[in-house]
Design a protein around this ligand. Structure first.
Ligand code: NDP
Ligand code: MG
Length: 386
């Protein structure tokens, strides 16, 4: 098989760095021609980190979204640079590991070019799922989930008729505040919120795990990715993060996907799909683990889950509002301008204030995104002057 040309968007982040490690592993262990060549790398503002990532791929093109600071000559710069990088890359596969809706235009560019997309960047599907899925089915581009739960669902679905799926359950670790009440965590600090018990992730998704918004975003992500109705989707708490997804069929059979809490597993599953070559991640040892436990996710304790149901039912721009309000509220929390306990309430209020409209074009998504950010900005007050 020929070498596949790969673009890594968000190369300096947690998923991006793990992706480059998996690629190095698969290239090193293939025995034959290298399966992957990294032809382009994109990041937000970390020029040094990007230069480090590019050191192993001296011919790769690089882009940085920020215009501040120094960068080597020849790098693309500015907010539209990742999208341009994708357009000019003639890639076979684009790994989308940017955080936030900033990844939307680059992912659409990958889809329109007919490239496969290994998607970690869940905000893209939450904000613009209808548009993204429409464009992917038009171009024939495959969306391969990297999010561990969705990678698990895909594996449980393989070889079975979709119309025989009764229910899909995503597991949630419950995050760092799983065993504490809402009142106890209302004033939690950013440091406490990002200290996740099982996963080492970027700051935004770590806060999302603490609020349970991460699972809410993932329910909406699964709704679009797999064409499941809201009433077919559920989340349960599984503190060990070993079972990632559960698919229940009409005949009562239930398939689950298990794996160590190590993102190199799902990343490799997407890159090599449907092949399953030797991996470089942690291996699962069930005997050492002892037990797996499950419990229901209390909708009163975790109101984010109810918002996900509401967003799936509403459709249209509701996802864009949901996602953008959360991004803005999380950013305000990380800047210590909003208490932890207010994040989900802000998202809920944004959904109340901004009724859903149909999505015909990208601009419909971007307008709803901007309105939600303005709403949260007004609700929390403007940031302190620089
Ligand atoms: P990080 O914060 O670690 O990394 C984010 C990456 O995005 C960085 O490379 C950052 O660059 C880059 N970036 C930010 N803004 C832009 C922009 N405008 N243009 C181009 N690149 C940009 O996040 P994670 O790796 O943890 O998460 C990435 C995505 O994957 C998120 O959507 C998250 O929800 C999802 N995900 C993550 C998991 C994990 O285990 N970490 C698990 C499942 C899903 P810079 O360094 O320069 O700021
Ligand atoms: Mg996940």
């Amino acid at each position: 098989t020929r070498t596949r040309r790969v673009v890594v968007l968000g190369a300096t982040g947690s998923i991006g760095r793990n992706t480059l490690e998996v690629i190095a592993h698969l290239n090193g262990s293939s025995g034959g021609p290298r399966p992957f060549e990294v032809v382009a790398l994109a990041a937000g503002s970390d020029a040094a980190g990007l230069a480090g990532a590019a050191a192993a791929w001296p011919r790769a093109r690089c882009s940085l979204a920020s215009l501040g600071g120094d960068a080597p000559p020849g790098w693309l710069r500015g907010p539209g640079s990742a999208e341009r990088l994708v357009r000019e890359a003639s890639a076979d596969l684009v790994v989308a590991a940017v955080v936030g809706v900033a990844g939307l235009r680059p992912v659409l560019a990958a889809i329109d070019a007919g490239a496969d997309v290994a998607l970690a960047n869940k905000e893209v599907l939450v904000a613009a799922g209808e548009l993204v899925m429409r464009r992917a089915s038009r171009s024939g581009s495959r969306l391969l989930p990297v999010d561990s739960e969705h990678a698990g669902v895909l594996q449980c679905l393989a070889g079975h008729p979709r119309e025989r799926v009764r229910r899909v359950v995503l597991t949630a670790s419950g995050g760092p505040f799983r065993d504490r009440t809402a009142v106890e965590v209302a004033d939690a600090t950013p440091d406490e919120a990002v200290a996740h018990p099982n996963w080492d992730m970027g700051p935004k998704i770590s806060v999302d795990s603490a609020t349970m918004m991460n699972k809410a975003l993932e329910l909406v992500e699964a709704h679009h990715l797999f064409g499941l109705r809201a009433d077919q989707l559920d989340a349960i708490i599984h503190p060990q993060s070993i079972v990632h997804a559960i698919v229940e069929y009409e005949d009562g059979g239930v398939l689950a996907q298990l794996g160590a809490a190590d993102m190199r597993g799902p990343i490799q599953a997407a890159l090599a799909w449907p092949d399953r070559p030797a991996g470089c991640g942690e291996r699962l040892d069930l005997l050492r683990l002892g037990g797996l436990t499950f419990r229901s996710a209390d909708p009163h304790r975790f109101p984010a889950l109810g918002l996900a149901q509401r967003v799936m039912a509403a459709g249209g721009t509701a996802g864009a509002v949901f996602n953008a309000a959360n991004e803005a509220a999380v950013a305000a929390f990380l800047e210590r301008r909003v208490p932890f306990g207010r994040i989900v309430g802000l998202v809920s209020s944004a959904l109340d204030a901004l009724p859903p409209r149909p999505v015909a074009r990208l601009e419909d998504v971007l307008d709803a995104d901007a309105a939600a950010r303005r709403f949260v900005g007004d609700a929390v007050g403007s940031p302190p002057a620089a």
